[in-house]
Design a protein around this ligand. Structure first.
Ligand code: GLY
Length: 437
C-alpha cells in the first residue's frame, strides 16, 4: 500500500528529499510544510510556522498540535522531520505519542546536536576523538580561558542558532570581542547563554552522514561543505555555500576510522546509554595531522550535503527512511553511484548579513535536463515567476564521472541563472583532491 508522506522543513535539503521521495514506487501523496516555491512544483504545500529550538514548552506543544493536524488532514502515514529545531523540540516524540510514524531522532537523542555539552560528554566517555573545549556562561572566566590557551580558538553558542552558532575569530582579541557580543550583549539570544570554547583544529573538513535504526548503520559517501561566504574559505560563516563528494584526499584508513570509531561508536554508545538514535547521524570532522577529530554531531541531513548526496542515491529513500523508523535497516540494500557530485549554492547579495528578498530569478528554464536545481529560499511572484526569498536561494547539483567534469557542469549551469545581487563561490570542489580543502 502506498505511503502518504508529510515532510517538515523549507530549504534546499527538503527540496532534495522531496525530489528523491518522488522517485519511490512506495510513495502516495506528498505534502511539505511549510516548503518553498520550488518544492511546491513536486509536492503539496501546507502552511506551518516552525519555532526555533528555544521555544517555550507551550509553543512547542502548539507546534506539535499543528503538525499532527496537518498529518491527519492530509492522511499522512509517515512524517519526515528534516530540520534541527523541530527535532530538538521533540516533534518526533509528539507524533509517535499521537500514533503517527515519524522519521528522525527523539528529543532525547537529538540532544547530540542541540546540546554541545551532551555531545562532548558522550565523546569524552566513549573516547571519540574531538578537540579540547570548555563551556562558560561567565564572560570573565571565558576570557581567562581563551588567554590561557596555547592555540587559537573557535567560539560556539551551546544551543542551536540557525546553523550559524560557530564563529571562527581571526585572532585572540577578536575571539574575546565575539565572546562579549554573545555572552554580554546577547547577540545569539538564548542559544548563546552558554558558549563552548574549542581549540582551533587545522586540516580539511568532512561531513560523514549515515542512516541508522539505532543498531544497523549505513554510511553515505563522505562529502565536504564550504561554510565561508567567499572563495578560499574567507569571510563569515554561512549555512553552507556548496558541497562536493567524494573527497579524494580522505585516506581509506581515515575513512574507516571515522565510520567505525566515530559514527558507529556514537550510535552504539547512545544505545548503551539507553538513548536509541534513529534517523541520520552526521558527525562533522576535521582530519588533522593527528587523525580525524569531531567538531560537532548533527542529527539530520546536512544542508547543502543532502542536495549533493541524494542525486547519488540509487536506492529508494522512502524504503530506507521507513526501515530506519521500524528498526529493519539491515534488510535494505542501499546503493550509491560512484560518480562525482558538486552542488553550488547561489545566495542573495549581502548574505550572510542583511539582504533583500523578492528579486526576480531568470534563467531557470535554460538549465540542462541532467542538472537539478534545488530551491532553498524562493517564492512565487504575482505573475507566477520565481522570486528570491532567503539568504541561500538555489542549489545547482551536477553529477559526472570526474570531479573536474562535475564542477564544469555545475558552474556552466550556475552561469545561466541570474537575479539582482546573486553571489556564489567559484571554488566548490576545487580542492577535492588536495589536502588543503
Ligand atoms: N552543512 C552544514 C549543516 O548542515 O549543518
Amino acid at each position: 500500500m502506498a505511503t502518504n508522506v508529510l515532510l517538515i522543513g523549507s530549504g534546499g535539503r527538503e527540496h532534495a528529499i522531496a525530489w528523491k521521495l518522488r522517485q519511490s514506487p512506495l510513495l502516495g501523496e506528498l505534502t511539505i510544510a511549510p516548503g518553498n516555491a520550488g518544492v511546491g512544483q513536486i509536492a503539496d504545500l501546507a502552511e506551518l510556522s516552525v519555532p526555533n529550538a528555544h521555544a517555550s514548552d507551550a509553543e512547542a506543544a502548539a507546534f506539535g498540535d499543528a503538525v499532527i493536524a496537518i498529518a491527519r488532514e492530509r492522511r499522512a502515514d509517515f512524517v519526515i522531520v528534516a530540520q534541527d529545531d523541530p527535532l530538538a523540540l521533540g516533534l518526533v516524540d509528539m507524533l509517535e505519542a499521537a500514533g503517527i510514524r515519524a522519521f528522525g531522532p527523539t528529543k532525547a537523542a537529538a540532544q547530540i546536536e542541540a546540546s554541545k555539552a551532551f555531545a562532548k560528554d558522550l565523546m569524552r566517555r566513549h573516547r571519540i576523538p574531538m578537540s579540547e573545549s570548555a563551556r562558560f556562561d561567565d564572560f570573565e572566566a571565558a576570557r581567562a580561558y581563551i588567554e590561557s590557551r596555547a592555540c587559537d580558538v573557535v567560539v560556539k553558542a551551546d544551543g542551536l542558532f540557525v546553523g550559524k552558532g560557530t564563529v571562527v575569530p581571526g585572532s585572540r582579541a577578536e575571539a574575546i570581542d565575539v565572546l562579549r557580543s554573545i555572552l554580554v550583549e546577547g547577540e545569539m539570544g538564548a542559544a548563546g547563554r552558554t558558549v563552548v570554547i574549542e581549540d582551533m583544529l587545522s586540516g580539511p573538513e568532512t561531513s560523514a552522514m549515515a542512516f541508522t535504526d539505532g543498531e544497523t548503520v549505513v554510511h553515505m559517501p563522505f562529502s565536504c561543505d564550504h561554510k565561508a561566504i567567499f572563495d578560499g574559505n574567507r569571510g563569515p560563516n554561512t549555512g553552507g555555500m556548496g558541497v562536493y563528494s567524494p573527497p579524494g584526499w580522505l585516506t581509506p584508513t581515515d575513512a574507516d576510522f571515522i565510520r567505525k570509531k566515530v559514527t558507529e561508536e556514537a550510535v552504539r554508545a547512545m544505545a548503551a546509554d539507553g538513548v536509541l538514535f534513529r534517523g541520520i547521524l552526521y558527525p562533522g570532522l576535521f582530519v588533522t595531522a593527528d587523525g580525524p577529530r569531531v567538531i560537532e554531531f548533527n542529527a539530520r541531513f546536512g544542508d547543502p550535503e543532502a542536495e549533493c548526496l541524494l542525486p547519488l542515491l540509487e536506492s529508494d529513500l522512502l524504503e530506507i527512511m521507513l526501515a530506519c523508523t521500524d528498526g529493519t535497516l539491515d534488510r535494505v540494500d542501499v546503493r550509491w553511484s560512484d560518480q562525482a557530485s558538486v552542488t553550488v549554492m547561489v545566495a542573495s547579495g549581502g548574505y550572510p548579513g542583511p539582504y533583500e528578498r523578492g528579486k526576480r530569478i531568470d534563467g531557470l528554464d535554460a538549465v540542462d535536463s541532467d542538472v537539478v536545481v534545488f530551491h532553498a529560499g524562493t517564492k512565487r511572484g504575482d505573475d507566477g515567476s520565481f522570486l528570491t526569498n532567503g539568504g541561500r536561494v538555489l542549489g545547482i547539483a551536477a553529477l559526472a564521472p570526474t570531479m573536474e567534469a562535475a564542477r564544469a557542469k555545475a558552474y556552466a549551469n550556475v552561469k545561466r541563472i541570474r537575479f539582482d545581487g546573486m553571489q556564489y563561490r567559484t571554488d566548490i570542489g576545487a580542492s577535492a583532491a588536495a589536502v588543503t580543502a
